[in-house]
Design a protein around this ligand. Structure first.
Ligand SMILES: Cc1cc2nc3c(=O)[nH]c(=O)nc-3n(C[C@H](O)[C@H](O)[C@H](O)COP(=O)(O)OP(=O)(O)OC[C@H]3O[C@@H](n4cnc5c(N)ncnc54)[C@H](O)[C@@H]3O)c2cc1C
Length: 218
């Protein structure tokens, strides 16, 4: 079994902001970034012969913004990257709503009830002190297991001249320098909703056209 779902947690109907992927047991490496042994502990009460599925949630338009800073004046020194996941509380709140929606689906719809589907109720290590199903419990769980899905973007974003946080202009030229362009995910002013590779390709196509145009004219 595998499935994909889109839902909006913010009540506006312009676009969904939560993306779900559902996997059969064994298809997901969701917990592999955790400390060794944590996953085994958390899953220890799930029977060996029980069917299982996982639902993984992504937040499409996070408000939290990471940061990249120079470590030193040496260009060969690795930069300091701080993704600052969940630095905006609203991101956690939206995912808590997403969590509750999944519970409603699993426990409240005939499609799942006919398989006697139940949510795994072992409390996640580190969140034991919170009441199961409370907002605080879900928030704690999300903060413990939340991680990247590899879509970093916007580290040297496009913007108007005079915008101190912008690195490139609308022709992808590094502001204040000659003959240097940045053409990749880093120029995005805001992360696109959901997976970004298609948008990266569009940036690349546009960048190739801009370079040609600068040699051949429009
Ligand atoms: C594990 C994983 C799974 C993903 N799955 C999906 C998915 O299912 N769908 C989706 O839409 N997106 C997915 N993505 C995201 C997508 O792959 C990236 O957003 C996209 O590739 C970013 O493109 P980019 O050109 O900005 O950077 P990259 O593709 O990272 O390209 C950077 C290039 O620069 C080169 N480079 C780095 N340093 C130097 C240097 N000093 N000198 C010269 N060259 C250098 C690298 O070798 C690389 O070729 C996934 C990413 C990862 C890591």
């Amino acid at each position: 079994m595998a499935g994909l779902g889109l839902w909006n947690s913010h009540g506006r109907h312009d676009r969904p902001n939560i993306i779900y992927h559902a996997f059969a047991q064994g298809d997901s490496n969701f917990y592999t970034s955790l400390k060794p042994g944590l996953e085994e502990h958390y899953m220890s009460r799930v029977g060996k012969n029980q069917d299982q599925f996982w639902v993984v949630m992504f937040l499409g338009k996070p408000k939290s913004r990471g940061e990249i800073r120079l470590h030193s004046g040496d260009p060969f020194d690795a930069p300091l990257i701080d993704p600052k996941y969940f630095s905006e509380k609203e991101d956690v709140n939206e995912l808590v709503k997403g969590f509750k929606f999944i519970l409603k689906l699993v426990e409240g719809t005939s499609a799942f009830r006919k398989y006697n589907a139940t949510y795994h109720t072992t409390k996640f290590p580190g969140c034991e002190k919170y009441e199961w199903r409370s907002k605080k419990y879900f928030a704690c769980y999300i903060r413990h297991v939340g991680r990247t899905v590899f879509h970093p973007a916007g580290s040297c974003r496009m913007g108007e001249r005079g915008d101190k946080m912008a690195v490139v202009d609308s022709k992808l030229r590094v502001q204040g320098m000659l003959n240097l362009r940045v053409i990749d995910a880093s120029v995005m002013p805001a992360i696109p909703n959901t997976n970004i590779n298609a948008a990266v390709m569009m940036v690349a196509e546009k960048g190739a056209d801009l370079i040609l145009e600068s040699y051949l004219g429009p």
